[in-house]
Design a protein around this ligand. Structure first.
Ligand code: ARG
Length: 476
């Protein structure tokens, strides 16, 4: 479904002589200005909808035959010819004729060229307005499924690291300052949770997208005896839309899609930023596989995390596309307006970008190596266990505010002596709080501090272990 590059025969000159296009029959007597043709065409980008367009047309023709608007014989000619046209497009053999504007007219004109009047019947009780909405809904539905699969693969990559990295302790940061110690898998599962919400949003968005617009025709429906339920069923839609005016104008499903993709891009961007930092000499927490890095033309020692930087950078276009779509639909009166043709480039671009980012993220997550020696050599810096000490004092009956104050003073003392809390002599701590006894050392040091956690959702080893097992099951 995701085809980049031209499907059509691009050798046809764009300025070929004008033939009268199907949409210029009727009142038109003047030829279209060449500049308008170039300005108004969408075939350069909506050719990506050819499969969906043909699928929709076959469903529409099936219905026309079953309600008696065309004969069974006409239907079978239409169906066979549409499939033939589909293979020609697939093979890049159908020429682009810019005066045919869009994918809908290219397919229909090819049909008419081959079948004459029988081909001219396909557009019965149909408009390009309901046609384009139907095509895009079908396209988005498949694209959402593809993104969902890639997100699942990325979740698997994170979960796949959890057992091997289980004993690695990392600093958790708030304000990018060392805060509390956590198990590495707690980090990995943080991203798994974010992507789970993304997948939930995708399926929610898919539900609202998966409704049939077909049969709404231009704007008011049709006087002909069509069966909208039949085309909806044939195309795998859950239901038909209920108001033709609304449907002709509705692009909410695209806005939602663009939003969901933006949230995914945000998550990927934050992850990329984190691992870019982690891969610096300053952090030295992780090594990104060289296959996903590039060098410098002047500095021979450089291994740059370009994939991650571009993931961070390209997220901007996904968010920009959402903005473009929002601005495109704002202030449009009911119902279809040609402005809406501009919806497809940002939509396609958001999918292409997010899909490319996800395809690269999973192998990077699976193949990166935690620099455990470097991490552990500095883990006792930054007083990651200070909050644990405070909670130890609370558990001995001390009010939180007093414990917070006293631990602050104890940490100050340790800083002055340049030692971690676990190396601070008992008598020094007791100067500040005489409630403290020898057993305090059982909660000091990052390993003890991690082991002391108990709450649901925390980095407590039992909790993390249970979450890993639950995710393994859910992703199976
Ligand atoms: N290419 C158009 C689009 O993408 C198709 C619908 C055109 N409808 C019309 N009445 N001109 O929106």
């Amino acid at each position: 479904m995701h085809r980049r590059g031209a499907l059509f025969n691009s050798h046809t000159p764009r300025d070929s002589q004008i033939v009268k296009s199907p949409s210029r029959s009727g009142v038109f007597q003047a030829k279209t200005d060449k500049r308008l043709e170039a300005f108004a065409e969408s075939i350069s980008f909506d050719q990506r909808l050819y499969c969906q367009d043909i699928r929709g047309s076959i469903a529409h023709a099936t219905m026309l035959a079953s309600v008696g608007l065309i004969t069974a014989e006409e239907f079978s000619q239409i169906e066979d010819t549409l499939r033939e046209i589909e293979s020609e497009i697939e093979a890049g053999k159908l020429p682009i004729q810019i005066e045919l504007e869009d994918i809908h007219m290219h397919v229909e004109q090819a049909l008419i060229d081959r079948l004459g009047d029988v081909g001219r019947k396909l557009h019965t009780a149909r408009s390009r307005n309901d046609q384009v909405s139907t095509d895009v809904r079908l396209w988005i539905r498949d694209a959402l499924d593809q993104v969902d699969e890639l997100l699942q693969a990325l979740q698997r990559a994170f979960v796949g690291r959890c057992d091997a990295d289980f004993d690695v302790i990392l600093p958790a940061y708030t304000h990018l300052q060392r805060a509390q110690p956590v198990l590495a898998p707690h980090y990995w599962l943080a991203y798994v949770e974010k992507f789970a919400r993304d997948r939930d949003r995708l399926s929610d968005c898919r539900r609202r997208t998966n409704q049939s617009s077909l049969g709404v025709a231009a704007v008011a429906g049709t006087t002909l005896p069509i069966d909208r339920d039949q085309t909806a069923t044939l195309l795998g839609f859950d239901s038909v839309t209920a108001n033709s005016l609304d449907t002709s104008s509705d692009r909410d499903f695209m806005l939602e899609t663009a939003f969901v993709l933006s949230v995914i891009a945000t998550h990927l961007s934050s992850w990329a930023e984190e691992w870019i930092l982690w891969s610096t000499v300053e952090y030295n927490f992780i090594k990104i596989p060289q296959a996903f890095c590039t060098g410098s033309s002047i500095m021979p020692q450089k291994v740059n995390p370009d994939t991650l930087e571009l993931t961070r950078g390209k997220s901007a276009r996904v968010m920009g596309n959402l903005q473009t779509l929002m601005l495109l639909v704002k202030n449009l009166p009911l119902a279809y307006n040609r402005d809406l043709q501009e919806d497809k480039p940002p939509l396609f671009d958001s999918f292409d970008t997010v899909i490319a980012m996800l395809e690269l993220a999973a192998p990077i997550v699976a193949g990166s190596e935690l620099q455990t020696d470097s991490i552990s050599s500095r883990l006792e810096q930054g007083y990651l266990d200070a909050t644990t000490l405070m909670e130890w004092m609370i558990s001995k009956g001390m009010p939180q505010r007093r414990a917070h104050h006293l631990v602050g003073a104890i940490v100050g003392e340790a800083m002055e002596r340049k030692v971690p809390l676990a190396k601070l002599p008992l008598e020094v701590m007791r100067v500040h709080a005489e409630e403290i006894d020898e057993s305090v050392y059982e909660c000091l040091g990052t390993a003890n501090a991690v082991a002391a956690f108990v709450s649901y959702g925390s980095t407590a080893p039992d909790q993390v272990r249970a979450q890993i097992e639950s995710w393994k099951e859910r992703l199976n």
